[in-house]
Design a protein around this ligand. Structure first.
Ligand SMILES: Cc1cc2nc3c(=O)[nH]c(=O)nc-3n(C[C@H](O)[C@H](O)[C@H](O)COP(=O)(O)O)c2cc1C
Length: 169
């Protein structure tokens, strides 16, 4: 199950005015990795605070799912910015064994309200994401369908959102 909500994990109240040039394709990068240092709540919160500020400055959106043993992160934005961040993330010594699940253009952002949403997710769900089909994304096509991996990621995120809305109701 997907659970636990972090402070600062709020969607944007208003649609954000992304500075992408209109018609610019959205680039998405999704990976799985294992932490190489202990990630308690405080360390995760600190990473998220820095990441969210940087992501907002760079028009990057996405989600980070964490099981305790593994991360799955999706970052999306303009091609160059996402590639630059992906390179930073690949070189970050706070995690290891990074495997890219998906990299390429998509027709729209999946997490446009989130500069980096974060949720705890069970390891078995996280493995489902790792084993899903990610590779057949149709690039740039307006009506491109999501791969099962992308659908699953959106589904886990919406389960988490519904759970967190219920818990604050
Ligand atoms: C699991 C994980 C997720 C991360 N997510 C982001 C992110 O969404 N945005 C970001 O700017 N940095 C993120 N970082 C931090 C980057 O790896 C890197 O520290 C940051 O881009 C600053 O790099 P710089 O000091 O070379 O500018 C993440 C790091 C880890 C370990």
């Amino acid at each position: 199950m997907v659970h636990v909500r972090f402070s600062g994990n709020q969607p944007l109240a208003q649609p954000y005015d992304f500075h992408n040039i209109e018609g610019d394709p959205v680039y998405q990068y999704v990976y799985i990795s294992n932490p190489s240092v202990g990630f308690d709540d405080a360390r995760l919160a600190s990473l998220l605070t820095t990441a969210r500020a940087a992501n907002q400055a760079n028009d990057i959106t996405g989600v980070l799912l964490f099981s305790g043993n593994s991360f799955v992160q999706c970052i999306e934005g303009c091609n160059e910015t996402v590639q630059r961040l992906a390179e930073n993330i690949r070189g970050d010594t706070r995690h290891k064994n990074l495997i890219v699940l998906h990299e390429g253009e998509v027709s729209e952002r999946s997490f446009a309200q989130w500069f980096m949403g974060c949720a705890f997710i069970g390891e078995s769900d996280l493995l489902k994401l790792a084993q899903a089909e990610w590779s057949n994304v149709a690039t740039t096509a307006k009506n491109s369908t999501k791969t099962t991996g992308q659908e699953l990621l959106c589904e886990f995120w919406s389960i988490f959102r519904e759970g967190s809305l219920a818990s604050t109701a």
